[in-house]
Design a protein around this ligand. Structure first.
Ligand code: EPZ
Length: 425
């Protein structure tokens, strides 16, 4: 077991390159199941969730060749299994994309229930509703999701999502690619990773229109191409995390290999709080600098293009040291405020009532041992450690390794005093 130790008080300065998007990559890798041929995928983040995806592909019979930590060649021609055991699926949320992909290619899938961050209840009823609308029978037995299509191929249909769901939108898209006829997803999610999955599938020969809007139309095709290359979109949340770290540390950071339009909801809030933002003309770099203390803001998380829920804990750190009283409302997940107990131990003044946290800005945070209660909470603890007085120890950092590539190295390059050490026995 390892922990991070951070000596706070250094403003971040310099430039940082953003990796490929975790939440796009964890859908695109299962999507390779649909292709009887070689896929060359670049700009993959080198994180543990990606390794788990590749282990599942190998278990299914695919050949997976790492060209580097960020580039992989996958050949799913000889996949000969349609089950994924719970021991593999429980380790991360996105394992549920194997249901849609296997169902689409083989007409059946038996996939263990997904794991992932503890954010309260995480149902998959909308995924199942989509599969059933396309003719699949779905049962959940002993923690295994068993889906099969009694009449061979799935058939296209209209699916209206009762709730905007990233996972259901992507899973239904996967299951519809090889179905007979046209599937229309209404009230679809619009996140950049939805568009990236559609772009990947279209590059492979799928017929998907409307990704990035709330109506997505997928016309089933007979088969996908036998080989193609694809580069994963830059990670919106990693870029946003560095933006907030720059502002909170009163630093000056240029973030490269990002897509600035994906960052607009975050930039808009930071500007409101007094942070300076400069975007490059090509839309691929953003400079964030902030010599002065930021001021209060009210933030409500919403599906894209709203303020991302995956930036909520990081935003709480910045609001904790901003002048005035801020209100931070979570409207996507039932329970995403566990980390506030850790921040309170560092001196933050936060009161959570239901889905809203009332945050009274304090002058500074103080170092103390804290836990990364989940992935984004872990990122928030790093930002808190960077701005706190003294040495902060962060435990349970395996959550952070699931989703951020070479995170402490990137922070070190920006001047942060952060190191990874073994936990004492
Ligand atoms: C994805 O989770 C992300 N994970 C999450 O990021 C992110 O927080 C979330 O989308 C929202 O942006 C991955 O992409 C792997 P949802 P997902 O389905 O797809 C409810 C991170 O830190 N819902 O959009 O599981 C659900 O309970 C992670 O990277 C249903 O009711 O989220 C929630 O309230 C954490 N029924 C809301 O919809 C369903 O069938 C949105 O969930 C599905 C979801």
């Amino acid at each position: 077991m390892e922990k991070l130790v951070i000596t706070g008080g250094t403003p971040l300065k310099g430039s940082v390159k953003i990796s490929g998007a975790k939440n796009a990559a964890v859908a695109i890798l299962p999507a390779t199941v649909l292709i009887k041929g070689k896929c060359h995928i670049e700009n993959l983040p080198d994180i543990s969730d990606i390794k788990l995806c590749c282990e599942i592909l190998e278990y299914l019979g695919a050949s997976v060749t790492y060209i580097s930590g960020n580039e992989v060649e996958i050949d799913c021609t000889n996949i000969n299994k349609t089950d994924v055991p719970f021991s593999m699926t429980k380790k991360f949320r996105a394992s549920y994309y194997f249901i849609g992909a296997l169902l689409s290619r083989f007409g059946k899938a038996e996939v263990g229930s997904p794991g992932g961050c503890n954010l309260g209840v995480r149902p998959i009823d909308q995924h199942i509703k989509g599969f059933e609308a396309m003719g699949a029978k779905v049962e959940i037995e002993g923690g295994i999701i068993k889906a099969y299509s009694p009449f061979g191929k799935l058939h296209g249909d209209n699916v209206y999502l009762d709730i905007v769901s990233v996972g259901a939108t992507m899973n239904i898209m996967l299951s519809a690619v090889l179905a007979d006829g046209t599937t229309v997803i209404e009230n679809a999610a619009k996140e950049p990773h939805i568009v990236d999955l559609a772009n990947f599938l279209n590059t492979m020969g799928a017929n998907i229109k409307g990704a990035g809007t709330d109506v997505i139309k997928i016309t089933g095709v007979e088969s996908l191409n036998r080989s193609a290359s694809y580069s994963i979109v830059p990670d919106q949340i990693e870029a946003g995390t560095f933006m907030i770290a720059a502002a909170a540390s009163r630093g000056d950071v240029t973030i490269t290999n990002c897509i600035t339009t994906h960052l607009s909801p975050i930039s808009a809030k930071l500007i409101e709080m007094g942070v300076s933002i400069e975007e490059s003309d090509d839309g691929e770099q953003i400079r964030v600098y902030c010599p002065n203390r930021t001021t209060k803001a009210n933030i409500k998380t919403l599906p894209y293009p709203g303020f991302p829920t995956d930036m909520q804990p990081q935003a709480a750190v910045l609001l904790s040291v901003s002048e005035g009283t801020s209100y931070l409302t979570e409207s996507v997940w039932d329970s995403r405020f566990q980390y506030t107990e850790e921040l309170k131990r560092m001196g933050a003044n936060i009161r959570v009532e239901g889905k809203t946290a009332c945050i009274e800005g304090v002058d500074h945070l103080n170092a103390c041992p804290v836990n990364a209660t989940d992935l984004r909470a872990g990122a928030a603890m790093i930002i808190a450690g960077i701005i706190a007085e003294g040495d902060t120890e962060i435990h349970s950092i395996e959550h952070i390794d699931r989703g951020y590539e070479k995170f402490e190295e990137k922070f070190q390059k920006l001047g942060a005093k952060i190191k990874r050490v073994m936990e004492e026995e």
